[in-house]
Design a protein around this ligand. Structure first.
Ligand code: AMP
Ligand code: GLY
Length: 447
C-alpha cells in the first residue's frame, strides 16, 4: 500500500474510500479530508452535494460489494471506511480484507452485534457488561410469562435490523402482548422479528459513546446525546435521529473512560474469544440510570447524526487512527500520536447537530422540493452535511427523509445550539421539520 509515513507518525492513508452517502458520510469525508497527508477521498455512492470534499462515485451503491472492491482496487485506495451497518452485516469488510484492502468496519461475524440483538445480549453477558434483565424468545406465551415476571414496564425488541422501528416500550402487559404478537405472529418486522428480546424498561437519560476500536484497543470519541423522536419534548414517532449534541454534561471524561473499561473493552474481548474480531466504530447506546450506565444496544458504526456533532470536535488526525484500527495497530498509533488514555483528544468547544427533515418523515417523505439557504448557513459559520438532497437543473432539491444536518459550534452547548438554530433558520424548503429544543433545555420544557 502507498500510505505515507514519517518518523513518529503512524501511516497516513493518502487515498480513502468512504462507503455510504448520508450526512454522516459527508461529515466523515470532510473530517478525513482535513487530515495532513490525506490527498483524496472517494465516496460511493455519495451525494452530489459532497463534491466539496469527495470525489463522488454515484454509480456504485453501498450494497454492491463486488463493485466496491473493484473500485477500491482500481483506484488503489489505502483505506476503506464503511458508514452504514447494512453492508457490514452482509460482509463488505470481509470482502475488502480478502482483497487485501485495509477496512475500517467490522467483519460480518462482528457486525452481527448490531444485526442481532440476541447475539448482542449473549456477547454483553459474556463480557459482564451492565444491562437490563432480559431474555430471548420465539413464542408469545413464554415471552409474556417472562414479561409478567419482570413486574413493571418492559421493552420488546425485534432481534434483527428493523430500520430503527423494532423497539416497543410497553407500559402494560397488554401493550407487551400486542408488541409480541406484532413481531412473532403478524411478522410486522418480517424475519427481523422471528425472535424477540423482552427486557426490563430502564429509566434515565440516554447517551452514546462511540469508540474507535481494533480487536484489543478502544479510543472513545466524545460522548453525544441523540434525539430520536420527531417532535420537540421527545414526542411523536421514532426516527433515525433528529439531532445530537456533544459534550454531554452528565457523562464527563472520567465517566466516558469508565464506559470504555466497562463496556467496550470487555465486549471486544468477548467478540474476539468467539471468533468475531472487531475493527471499526463500536457505538454503545447507554441509559444513564441511578445505578450507573446500562447498555441499550450496540451499533457497529458511527451514529447518524452523532457523527456530525462529534467529528468536528476531534482534535487529532483521524485518518491514521482509522487505518491503524483497520490493521490492528491502534495502541501503537495512539502512543505515537501522544494519546495516553482511552479518550481521543477533543476540542474544548461544543457542537450541536440539527437534522432538517422532509414533510412526511418518518413516514413517506415528500421529495423534489427546492432547498434554499445552504450557502447562507455556511456563510454564518455552520457546517452543513447533506443527506436527502439531489441536484436538479442546477437547483438543490429534497430527495429523502433526513434532508441535511446543520452543525453549530460554540464554547458550550447553549452557545453552539443558538448558532445551530440560527443557521438552520436560514435553510428553507417546503414542509421542513426541525426540532426547536435540541441543545436548548428551556425550549425542551415548553409543552
Ligand atoms: P435500540 O434500537 O435498542 O437502541 O432501542 C431504541 C430505543 O429504545 C433506545 O434508544 C431507547 O430509547 C429505547 N430502549 C431500548 N431498550 C430500552 C430499555 N431496556 N429501557 C428503556 N428504553 C429502552
Ligand atoms: N442516531 C442513532 C443511530 O445512528 O443509530
Amino acid at each position: 500500500m502507498s500510505a505515507s509515513s514519517a518518523p513518529g507518525i503512524p501511516p497516513v492513508p493518502r487515498s480513502i474510500l468512504v462507503v455510504g452517502g448520508g450526512a454522516r458520510e459527508h461529515a466523515l469525508a470532510w473530517r478525513l479530508r482535513a487530515d495532513p497527508g490525506v490527498e483524496r477521498i472517494l465516496e460511493a455512492p455519495g451525494n452530489a452535494g459532497h463534491g466539496d470534499v469527495a470525489q463522488v462515485v454515484s454509480d456504485v451503491h453501498a450494497d454492491e460489494s463486488v463493485a466496491l472492491v473493484a473500485l477500491a482496487r482500481r483506484e488503489g485506495v489505502d483505506l476503506v471506511v464503511v458508514g452504514p451497518e447494512a453492508p457490514l452485516v452482509s460482509g463488505l469488510a470481509d470482502r475488502m480484507r480478502a482483497a487485501g484492502i485495509p477496512t475500517f468496519g467490522p467483519c460480518a461475524a462482528a457486525a452481527a452485534l448490531e444485526g442481532s440483538k440476541a447475539l448482542c445480549r449473549r456477547i454483553a453477558t459474556r463480557g459482564g457488561v451492565p444491562m437490563a434483565s432480559g431474555a430471548v424468545f420465539d413464542a408469545v406465551a413464554p415471552a409474556l410469562a417472562y414479561a409478567a415476571s419482570l413486574d413493571g414496564p418492559v421493552v420488546v425488541k425485534a432481534d434483527g435490523l428493523a430500520a430503527g422501528k423494532g423497539v416497543t416500550v410497553c407500559r402494560s402487559l397488554q401493550d407487551a402482548e400486542a408488541a409480541l404478537r406484532d413481531a412473532l405472529e403478524r411478522r410486522v418486522f418480517g424475519d427481523a422479528g422471528r425472535r424477540v428480546i423482552v427486557e426490563r424498561a430502564l429509566e434515565g437519560r440516554e447517551a452514546s459513546v462511540i469508540a474507535i476500536c481494533d480487536t484489543t484497543t478502544a479510543l472513545a470519541l466524545p460522548a453525544a446525546r441523540d434525539h430520536k423522536r420527531i417532535l420537540a419534548g421527545d414526542r411523536g414517532p421514532n426516527t433515525g435521529g433528529m439531532g445530537a449534541f456533544s459534550p454531554v454534561a452528565d457523562l464527563d471524561d472520567s465517566a466516558v473512560a469508565q464506559v470504555v473499561a466497562d463496556f467496550h473493552l470487555p465486549t471486544l474481548a468477548a467478540l474476539a474469544a468467539r471468533g468475531r474480531p472487531f475493527r471499526g466504530a463500536l457505538y454503545a447506546g447507554l441509559m444513564l440510570t441511578d445505578e450507573g450506565p446500562r447498555l441499550l444496544e450496540y451499533n457497529v458504526r458511527f451514529g447518524d447524526p452523532e457523527a456530525q456533532a462529534i467529528l468536528p470536535r476531534v482534535a487529532v488526525p483521524l485518518a491514521p487512527l482509522l487505518l491503524a484500527a483497520a490493521t490492528d495497530r491502534l495502541a501503537e498509533a495512539a502512543t505515537a500520536l501522544g494519546i495516553g488514555g482511552p479518550l481521543l483528544p477533543a476540542r474544548e468547544e461544543a457542537a450541536v447537530a440539527l437534522v432538517l427533515a422532509a414533510e412526511g418523515y418518518p413516514g413517506t417523505p415528500a421529495t423534489g422540493d427546492e432547498i434554499e439557504g445552504i450557502d447562507a448557513a455556511r456563510a454564518a459559520g455552520a457546517l452543513v452535511f447533506e443527506a436527502g438532497t439531489a441536484r436538479r437543473e442546477g437547483r438543490t432539491v429534497t430527495s429523502g427523509g433526513r434532508v441535511l444536518t446543520v452543525v453549530g459550534r460554540g464554547r458550550d452547548v447553549p452557545e453552539a445550539a443558538e448558532r445551530a438554530h440560527a443557521a438552520a433558520d436560514l435553510v428553507h424548503f417546503r414542509g421542513r421539520q426541525v426540532r426547536a429544543d435540541i441543545g436548548r433545555p428551556a425550549v425542551e420544557r415548553v409543552p
